[in-house]
Design a protein around this ligand. Structure first.
Ligand code: SF4
Ligand code: SF4
Ligand code: SF4
Length: 207
């Protein structure tokens, strides 16, 4: 098998949530690292044990437990935005690797549940903490993985036309968070609103 075939087959065995928990920017770079640099096959929490077994078959590496540094095995979740508290900053849209969030500047945002891979990447950038991950009854099939890869590739193509540095979108979004938070804090009223929203979100989580 050629190296490019191997990369393609490894990539096809990965769940395509594009969550970056493996330590790479997306599923494909992890597949490339496994094929080209003999990277360990136990770095994908969404793939779980079944994924590791599949990668072991493809690469000849021994089966090993999931690397705890990458997190624990995940159950299917979907992002939910509390639209009442969304300030329309667009940071979550910029962070989502598969275009699963719709909304416009200063308007409430909504998650398209059918597209959401449950990657969590929209949580950290949200300045008002109004996104939650909810459990969902869904088996992550090969078809859903193919769909997520397609949405990710479409997004990458679009971004590459806009920004030469599109590879580090997540880092850029997090870097923008303080600026957006500061703008959100710019009036006393907005400050009070955000404090109220944060308190409510934390209370909801604790309960
Ligand atoms: S699903 Fe997440 S952890 Fe697994 S390979 Fe893709 S980006 Fe990495
Ligand atoms: S909506 Fe959030 S959790 Fe869902 S795919 Fe986009 S970034 Fe990931
Ligand atoms: S990051 Fe939070 S506040 Fe900003 S648009 Fe998304 S959900 Fe709304």
């Amino acid at each position: 098998m050629s190296t490019s075939d191997l990369i393609q087959r490894i990539d096809a065995a990965l769940p395509q949530t594009q969550c970056t928990r493996c330590g790479y920017d997306a599923c494909l770079p992890y597949a490339q690292a496994i094929a080209l640099d003999n990277e360990s096959i136990n770095r994908c929490p969404p793939g779980g044990e079944a994924g590791i077994a599949l990668l072991a078959q493809l690469t000849g590496q021994a089966i090993q437990p999931l690397d705890p540094e990458c997190g624990s095995p995940t159950t299917p979740t979907v992002a939910f935005i509390d639209e009442e508290h969304c300030i329309g900053c667009t940071l979550c849209i910029q962070a989502c690797p598969v275009d699963a969030i719709v909304g416009a500047n200063k308007q409430m945002h909504t998650v398209l549940a059918d597209r959401c891979t449950g990657c969590d990447l929209c949580l950290a950038p949200c300045p008002v903490d109004c996104i939650q991950m909810l459990p969902i009854e869904r088996e992550w099939t090969e078809e859903l993985a193919d769909q997520a890869r397609h949405h990710f590739q479409q997004r990458q193509q679009r971004l590459s036309l806009k920004h030469a540095e599109s590879g580090s979108v997540a880092a850029r979004v997090l870097a923008n968070k303080p600026k957006v938070s500061a703008q959100a804090d710019s009036t006393t009223h907005r400050k009070a609103t955000i404090a109220d929203v944060l308190a409510k979100a934390r209370a909801r989580r604790q309960s």
